[in-house]
Design a binder for this molecule. Structure first.
Ligand code: XBP
Ligand code: MG
Length: 264
C-alpha cells in the first residue's frame, strides 16, 4: 500500500510549543484569575503526561489545590481559565514567537510538490493550530491540510486513537496508507491504536519516553548543517527526513519493521 497522506501532530512535532508557548500561557491565565499557581519547566514536563489543557488543569488542581478542585464552580473555572490561556497562546503564536521546528516547512513543501496529502491530528485547541499555521505559512497555511482534527472534536484525547481515527475517516483512506509524525509516547500510542504507522521526532520533553511500535525514532527532520540522527529504526541513507525517507519508512512499516514491542 503506497503512502498517500502524512498526518502531522502539532505540539512538539510541528513546533516546540510546550515549554515557551503553552506553559507561559497557562501561567498568564492563572495569574489573571488571581490563582497562586505557577507551572515551572520541570512540573510542566510531568503535567504533559495528561493531554488536553482543560484535563491538565483539573489533574493539577486535584493534586495541588484540592480546595479549589472541590469548589462548586470548578468546572466553569476550568473553562474560563482555558479560554484565557488559549487567548494568551494564540497571541504568542500569532506574534511569530513560536517558530516551526527545523525541517518542517521544507518537508511540508516537498510533500505538497509530490502530491502527498496532508492532515493534522492534535490534542490542542483548533484556534492554536490556526494561529501557528498562519504565523508559519500565512493566511492560506491551514488550507494546505485537507483535514485538521484538533481538541474537543473527539470525546477522548490521545493516547486514545479517536483523533487519528477521525482524521483517517475524513481523509477517506485506509490507516495503512497514512504515516503519522509524532513527538510523544501518548501521540505514538494514539496513532498506533488507530492503525497508523508512525515516525517519532523527539524533543527535550519526550526524548526519554518509550517509543515501542514506531517505525523510526529521529532527533528531528534534519536541515543543511544539522543532519537528522536516526535514534532507532532503519536509516534512510540521506541526511534529511524527506519524502523519499518517509516513503521508505512507510514501506518498512508495511513490511512489519517496527521498533520494540508495538504499543509496549
Ligand atoms: C499537546 C497537548 C495539548 C497542549 C495544550 O497536543 O496535549 O493539550 O499541551 O493545548 P499534541 P490545549 O501533541 O497532540 O499536538 O491547552 O489547547 O489542550
Ligand atoms: Mg505532540
Amino acid at each position: 500500500m503506497a503512502l498517500e497522506a502524512v498526518i502531522f501532530d502539532v505540539d512538539g512535532t510541528l513546533a516546540d510549543t510546550e515549554r515557551d508557548g503553552h506553559r507561559p500561557a497557562f501561567n498568564a491565565a492563572f495569574a489573571g484569575a488571581g490563582l497562586a499557581w505557577h507551572w515551572d519547566e520541570a512540573l510542566y514536563g510531568e503535567l504533559l503526561a495528561v493531554t488536553g489543557g482543560k484535563e491538565r488543569i483539573a489533574h493539577y488542581a486535584l493534586r495541588h489545590d484540592p480546595a479549589t478542585f472541590r469548589r462548586a464552580d470548578f468546572p466553569a473555572l476550568v473553562v474560563e481559565l482555558h479560554r484565557a490561556k488559549t487567548r494568551a497562546y494564540t497571541a504568542l503564536a500569532s506574534s511569530g514567537a513560536i517558530p516551526l521546528r527545523p525541517g518542517v516547512a521544507r518537508l511540508i513543501e516537498e510533500l505538497r510538490r509530490e502530491g502527498v496529502r496532508l492532515a493534522i491530528a492534535t490534542t490542542t485547541t483548533p484556534d492554536n493550530v490556526a494561529a501557528l499555521l498562519a504565523a508559519a505559512f500565512g493566511a492560506h497555511g491551514s488550507g494546505w491540510f485537507e483535514v485538521i482534527g484538533a481538541g474537543d472534536v473527539v470525546p477522548v484525547k490521545k493516547p486514545a486513537p479517536d483523533i487519528y481515527a477521525w482524521v483517517v475517516d475524513r481523509l477517506g483512506l485506509p490507516a495503512g496508507a497514512c504515516l503519522a509524525l509524532e513527538d510523544s509516547e501518548n501521540g505514538l500510542r494514539a496513532a498506533l491504536a488507530a492503525g497508523v504507522p508512525t515516525v517519532v521526532t523527539v524533543n527535550d520533553y519526550t526524548r526519554e519516553q518509550a517509543f515501542g511500535g514506531a517505525v523510526a525514532v529521529l532527533s528531528g527532520l534534519g536541515y543543511p548543517g544539522d543532519p537528522m540522527r536516526v535514534l532507532d529504526g532503519p536509516a534512510p541513507g540521506g541526511p534529511l527526513a524527506d519524502v523519499a525517507a518517509l516513503r521508505a519508512w512507510h514501506a518498512a512499516a508495511a513490511a512489519g519493521a517496527v521498533q520494540g514491542q508495538a504499543g509496549a
